[in-house]
Design a protein around this ligand. Structure first.
Ligand SMILES: C[S@@+](CC[C@H](N)C(=O)[O-])C[C@H]1O[C@@H](n2cnc3c(N)ncnc32)[C@H](O)[C@@H]1O
Length: 283
């Protein structure tokens, strides 16, 4: 851990909560009236259009009849799909605004009886969510935003998994084209400020207070006590922001002309999402 990453440790979790309360993740994925079925359907469409690897990674149908703990549900797109597929879901988020939207979304789709929501800090999850073993613990794009990711992993290991459980986690990939773009454009090449720059510009709303990024080795270290059974890198966002915010999907140069296989190759080496599936090691 370098000097800048140490400063993430000092960020109060309230600052993280307030950032995500101010603008819950994916809240502007639809221009329809918020809270309507159409709005939620469009949010889901756009999320999986832009991040098409999610359904394959989450394997929603595999968890039918199983217990799923989702850490950092946000406004609940994946949460709904676990529940729709027939899982019993416990969904947690630090941001009360995000969690309330997810809760309302579950009501709109008649899924409330399958999902229990908790507004909690995953770093001390067992203070709020009763310890029990889950078939799947799932966390997509969350644990890198908390000041002490290792505390979340400890909580999961200690209280929510046994040797039959699966843990699926997506963390941001350090050596990615997105990091490079942020450093070169927003940071005008200031590589020595990489961590801070990447955090500030990692999300749709600038100024994210905590965003760690990971490599193969650092995720392995974080997941001590787990055996990694699958690991892959995916996701490059290819669209022009000025069009994207108006719900038009125009690719930036050079992605516009790039053959699909080449784009996929780039995503697999330098994508933004480091997706890991792991099993707890026998104690
Ligand atoms: C980028 S969003 C991802 C949300 C959702 N997983 C998705 O894919 O749409 C990150 C979420 O992590 C939540 N989060 C950050 N730190 C957390 C913590 N310590 N405990 C629980 N949730 C946290 C935020 O409130 C936010 O909703």
């Amino acid at each position: 851990m370098d000097h800048e990453e140490k400063s993430f440790e000092a960020v109060p979790v309230e600052t993280v909560a307030s950032y995500w309360n101010n603008r819950p993740c994916n809240i502007r994925h639809s221009k329809s009236e918020r809270g309507t079925k159409q709005y939620y359907d469009e949010v889901e469409w756009r999320k999986y259009f832009v991040e098409p690897h999610i359904p394959a990674f989450a394997e929603f149908n595999k968890w039918k009849g199983k217990k799923v703990l989702e850490i950092g549900c946000g406004i609940g797109t994946d949460t709904m799909n676990f529940a729709r597929a027939g899982a019993t879901v416990t969904a947690v988020d630090l941001s009360i605004e995000s969690m309330n939207i997810a809760k309302h979304r579950a009501e709109v789709f008649g899924l409330s009886d399958r999902i229990t929501f908790y507004n909690a800090n995953a770093e001390e999850l067992s203070k709020t969510v009763p310890p029990e073993h889950y078939d799947l613990v799932y966390s997509f794009g969350v644990i890198h935003h908390t000041p002490h990711p290792e505390r979340v992993i400890e909580e999961i290991k200690k209280h929510y998994v046994n040797e039959n459980s699966t843990f699926k986690i997506m963390m941001y990939n350090r050596y990615s084209l997105k990091s490079l773009r942020i450093i070169l454009t927003e940071g005008k090449g200031k590589f020595w400020q990489a961590e801070k720059l990447v955090a500030t510009h990692s999300e749709a709303q600038t100024g994210c207070p905590v965003t760690y990024t990971y490599t193969h080795n650092s995720i392995k270290k974080l997941l001590k006590g787990f055996e990694i059974t699958e690991e892959f890198v995916d996701h490059i966002f290819p669209y022009q922001i000025t069009h994207y915010v108006n719900y038009n999907y125009v690719k930036i140069w050079p992605y516009r002309f790039m053959p699909k296989f080449l784009f996929r190759l780039l995503e697999h080496f330098f994508g933004w999402h480091l997706c890991v599936t792991a099993k707890p090691l026998k104690k």
